[in-house]
Design a protein around this ligand. Structure first.
Ligand code: FES
Length: 87
């Protein structure tokens, strides 16, 4: 079943229970965050919780999208500032 989520203010329908990073990629979202130093776009790489390239912000908390499942009503944003020292 598809459920509504919001990414950077844009509502989209994603499959409930799917891996969040995979679902966002399949929906056409390639840049999950930008680096705080150069502003370069970053997106999922390892899909197993090791690289931290898939960081997103949900309800003010920085999370790894590849370690989460799609749930109805998620409000997702690109992390602001330095997140976990990732550059
Ligand atoms: S894609 Fe590497 S930690 Fe999520």
């Amino acid at each position: 079943m598809l459920v509504p989520v919001t990414f950077e203010g844009a509502e989209m329908m994603l499959p409930e229970g799917a891996n969040l990073a995979a679902a966002l990629l399949a929906a056409g979202v390639g840049a999950f965050r930008t680096t705080p130093v150069s502003g370069a776009a970053r997106g999922p790489y390892c899909m197993m919780g090791a690289c931290f390239e898939c960081l997103i912000e949900i309800s003010g908390a920085t999370r790894q999208a590849c370690m989460m499942q799609v749930q109805a009503g998620l409000v997702i944003a690109k992390p602001k500032g330095r997140a976990n020292g990732a550059g």
